[in-house]
Design a protein around this ligand. Structure first.
Ligand SMILES: C[S@@+](CC[C@H](N)C(=O)[O-])C[C@H]1O[C@@H](n2cnc3c(N)ncnc32)[C@H](O)[C@@H]1O
Length: 316
């Protein structure tokens, strides 16, 4: 476990701490880390705020076990829960918290998940096609690949993977699985590579990268969960509370932007001289003019940060 800690550098850590601080520098502050992972951001928050109570969620039981060990020194003010992040309202009720001061989402997969060959997330390592962040429940990538129709597969690859050759890849999958079920990640990666025209294989990283990302998003229902989770997290904030989001996929960032923007503007009919009660904005955008990007130095030091987009808001 310690080996993973060495390799994982929390993304945009200083900026996250800076954005969370005004909400957490208040008596009795409660912080939610909704994507606990290896506990890097969580540990830094606990260190920076010696009075703050932390609620950590993850749908991956291995991540929780890892973080439980890492955060053992803070056990008297830490609650760790195995949950999908759209279950935050139920978790808060269960733990007896009404509202919280801040919520951090660091979306996507952890380096623990990517590094563990047997989880099937990585196209570079051969493993059974699983890709579930929560291995206790739900459909695997193998089921998607072997049971979806060609049209459904093509849609997943096109929409979630932004894959130009989605139909060709889906067609090749359907042809191959008619001979024998596709069960290995290395075999799928090779099939994808062979379905892409040779000149296109030379650009944009490994040819199977987009397909694997798309399958992961489908298997874990990542976008629909995110659309439900973000509004509930905002609703759980105390006045002055803050939400910080790190996303790594353009569709996740678009959902974040739209949900924040809808609550940061007035819903009053245009032309009224004063705001009607209940129609004013409920959020203030802390990252104006679009999402914040990582510096070149951060990307050099931490390649995982390359595609990150940071957005943050404060409850008014
Ligand atoms: C990028 S990692 C977080 C890394 C963490 N910030 C750190 O510093 O170690 C994302 C984590 O969120 C978890 N996760 C992703 N989607 C989730 C969801 N819908 N509900 C709960 N946890 C989720 C993953 O299992 C993974 O452990």
């Amino acid at each position: 476990m310690a080996a993973h800690r060495g390799k994982h550098v929390p993304v945009l850590l200083e900026r996250c701490l800076e954005l969370l601080a005004p909400a957490l520098n208040r008596p009795g502050a409660v912080h939610v880390d909704a994507t606990l992972g290896l506990g890097g951001h969580a540990e830094a928050v606990l260190q920076a705020h010696p009075e703050t109570v932390l609620i950590g969620l993850d749908r991956d039981t291995e991540a929780l076990a890892h973080s439980r060990e890492r955060l053992a020194a803070y056990a008297n003010r830490v609650h760790l829960e195995h949950a999908v992040y759209d279950e935050l309202p139920q978790v808060l009720t269960k733990l007896g918290f009404d509202r919280v001061d801040s919520v951090l989402f660091d979306l996507g997969v952890s380096s623990l998940q990517l590094d563990q060959a047997d989880r099937g997330f990585a196209y570079a390592q051969d493993a059974p096609l699983d890709m579930r962040m929560d291995q206790t429940t739900g459909m695997t990538a193998g089921q998607v690949v072997n049971e979806y129709t060609a049209q459904e597969l093509a849609r997943v690859l096109r929409v979630y993977g932004e894959e130009k050759f989605a139909s060709r890849i889906a067609g090749a999958i359907v042809r191959e699985r008619a001979k024998a079920p596709i069960t290995s990640s290395a075999y799928l990666a090779e099939l994808v590579r062979d379905s892409i025209p040779a000149p296109a294989r030379r650009t944009g990283g490994h040819p199977a990268k987009r397909t694997f990302q798309a399958l992961r998003i489908e298997v874990n229902g990542e976008l629909s969960t995110w659309e439900r989770a973000l509004p509930s997290a905002i609703d759980a904030l105390k006045p002055g509370g803050r939400v910080v989001v790190l996303s790594y996929h353009s569709l996740e960032d678009r959902i974040t932007k739209q949900i924040f923007a809808a609550r940061a503007r007035s819903n009053a009919p245009i032309g009224l001289p004063v705001e009607l009660p209940g129609t004013g904005p409920t959020l203030k955008l802390l990252t104006r003019g679009g999402a914040e990007l990582p510096s070149e130095a951060e990307v050099e030091h931490n390649p995982r940060a390359a595609s990150v987009r940071l957005r943050a808001v404060q409850q008014i």
